[in-house]
Ligand binder design. Structure first.
Ligand code: BG6
Ligand code: MG
Length: 218
């Protein structure tokens, strides 16, 4: 593997534990429509845009709605999601990730965000990490969501780094597929059984170092 010049991070579930807030808010939508959303079903929504997530949820419940009704539900979900996020502070950053990014910056590695979320900047601001990123690619910039490689291709292009010198950190199956489709090294953050397509999987960033990352590449 060539040397690492850039690391691209997903946001929800990698930098901050917002994945559980997305789940709470979507589960309330499902419950209001008369069915439940299991943790396994929720896994299908990770990394997927807001409207696509709603379509998946409606298919699970066998519910058909008009476009207008869908927009209303998605807007309501987002209001609830942001309400759940509103209490977030820098203490909500996932353990070790800030320290790891600090180390990468010291080593001269460029940092990008690659997220499907349209709320990415608000979330980064609330955990005081907006200034950490040399490039931010969020749900407002992409035209094709994960597993399409666009989100990470745009980040690498912003940084002017070749894909083979990029490492992506992802907690979602669709995100790992996106990284691989972009020709990048994919580090899954979570469980091996779920993120089987990643090049390597870590449980989280606690005690994780640049040397540890380089070891897994060699
Ligand atoms: C991704 C999450 O990061 O962002 C998904 O994993 C979410 O669960 C998607 O649907 C879009 O987020 P938002 O904040 O634009 O609704
Ligand atoms: Mg994620």
């Amino acid at each position: 593997m060539p040397s690492i010049h850039a690391c691209l991070f997903d946001l929800d579930g990698v930098i901050v534990d917002t994945a559980r807030y997305h789940y709470i808010a979507w589960r309330e939508v499902a419950n209001a429509l008369g069915f439940d959303l299991t943790p396994a079903q929720n896994e299908l929504l990770k990394g997927i845009s807001r409207m696509e997530s709603l379509d998946i949820i409606l298919a699970i419940g066998g519910v058909e709605l008009t476009d207008e009704e869908k927009v209303k539900l998605a807007t309501g979900k987002n209001i609830r999601y942001l309400e759940l996020c509103s209490e977030m502070t820098p203490a909500d950053t996932l353990p070790g990730v800030r320290h790891f990014i600090d180390e990468l910056k010291e080593k001269g590695v460029r940092i990008a965000l690659g997220s499907a979320s349209k709320n990415a900047r608000v979330i980064l601001q609330s955990i005081d990490m907006l200034s950490y990123f040399d490039s931010i690619v969020d749900g407002n910039r992409v035209t094709k969501g994960k597993p399409d490689p666009e989100v990470f291709q745009l980040g690498a292009a912003d940084l002017e780094i070749a894909p083979e010198n990029c490492v992506v950190f992802e907690d979602a199956v669709a995100g790992v597929q996106s990284a691989k489709a972009a020709g990048m090294y994919a580090v899954g953050v979570g469980e091996k059984s779920v993120l089987a397509e990643a090049d390597t999987v870590i449980p989280g960033f606690e005690n994780y170092t640049f040397a540890g990352l380089n070891n897994s590449l060699s």
